[in-house]
Design a protein around this ligand. Structure first.
Ligand code: NAP
Length: 308
């Protein structure tokens, strides 16, 4: 039983060590030292060269190191085997923390207090109730739902926008294209937690931003390609959008001369909103390896037709 590993954000030795703990009888090979390709049954990869996975004839599943699977799906020779998503409770919990942190930061007007501190101004600003802050989460999947539920528990007025109908206590649901603009119109804080697909690329553009209430905030924890960056800059500069927290960008690392770095209304974080460490990730991939071995159904599968 052989697992092939490639890439990821953290050193590959951490993945090898993590699998050594959770599945000691698993043989782990690290790309490009694949050995006999016929032996490899499972692959956990990031940014694999196109066509490379097709050279392993006995793959039982391919898993993506990242939660998003757009890079896998771009491979025109991707083998016809199940695709597994690297979702886990640590990722969901840490993403929910990030979203809560930045929503609270806007509720409690921290950007204004930070500016006041720079100017040595001692002044209390008006309060706003969480229940009056309408947060709109684009995507209620493994990450968006955890964030939505956490915010709802903290008293925020939460809605989620999805492709198919959802029913979750305390979370209003807007669905598909026809629900999109009504959803935006009630979002004082818009959080993007979508996968990147043909339908969601460039979705936060000038039209979408204009549909948000004046003074709204934007938090992007999906992918850089969801946001039309120049449209956000224009909306910030016009005052229609009050602030943005961005964890993902069209080009990463964010180039040194990018206007987001120094924009007074923008908070930049280096694609760190959720914890993708191997120690947590290996547990859920190992679960699927056990399932494959025992002939049980796999979990957390990609819907290829939907693109996520
Ligand atoms: N910033 C980071 O560090 C970081 C880390 C991990 C992941 N991410 C990003 O977060 C994304 C989401 O992850 P996840 O695990 O929560 O995904 P997921 O479980 O697949 O959920 C995706 C959600 O988006 C909705 N959706 C997809 N296409 C849509 C469309 N065209 N219109 C409306 N709703 C749509 C889905 O609706 P249905 O429920 O109706 O299917 C679902 O609720 C990943 O794909 C990745 O791009 C970012």
């Amino acid at each position: 039983m052989v697992l092939l590993l490639k890439g990821g954000r953290e050193p590959i030795e951490n993945w090898v060590a993590a699998f050594g703990k959770v599945l000691p009888d698993l043989e782990v090979r690290v790309w490009p030292d694949c050995g006999r390709r016929e032996d490899v049954e499972f692959a956990l990869v990031s940014n694999m060269p196109h066509g490379a996975l097709a050279t392993f004839p006995n793959l039982r599943f391919v898993a993506s190191m990242s939660v998003g699977v757009e890079h896998l799906l771009e491979d025109p020779q991707l083998p016809d085997v199940p695709l597994v998503r690297s979702v886990n409770s640590q990722r969901s919990a840490t993403m929910a923390q990030y979203v809560l942190l930045h929503v609270l930061r806007y509720l409690r007007r921290m950007p204004d207090y930070e500016a006041q501190q720079q100017a040595k101004v001692w002044q209390r600003l008006p309060y706003r109730d969480a229940k009056d802050m309408r947060v709109g989460i684009m995507g209620l999947g493994s990450l968006g739902l955890a964030a939505a539920q956490q915010l709802s528990q903290c008293g925020f007025n939460v809605a989620g926008w999805t492709r198919t109908p959802h029913s979750h206590d305390g979370i209003a649901n807007f669905i598909g294209r026809e629900g999109f603009f009504p959803f935006l119109a009630r979002s004082d804080i818009l959080v993007c937690q979508l996968p990147l697909t043909a339908e969601t690329q460039d979705i936060i553009d000038a039209r979408a931003l204009a549909a948000l209430p004046r003074g709204a905030y934007v938090i992007n924890t999906g992918r850089g390609e969801h946001l039309v960056e120049e449209d956000l800059l224009a909306a910030l500069d016009s005052g229609h959008i009050a602030g943005a927290t961005l964890d993902v960008f069209r080009e990463e690392p964010l180039p040194a001369d990018h206007p987001f770095w120094i924009h007074p209304k923008v908070t930049v974080t280096p694609h760190n909103s959720c914890d993708g460490r191997a120690a947590h990730g290996a547990i859920t991939i190992a679960d699927n390896i056990r399932r494959a071995r025992e002939g049980r159904p796999l979990v957390n599968l990609v819907n290829r037709a939907a693109g996520y």
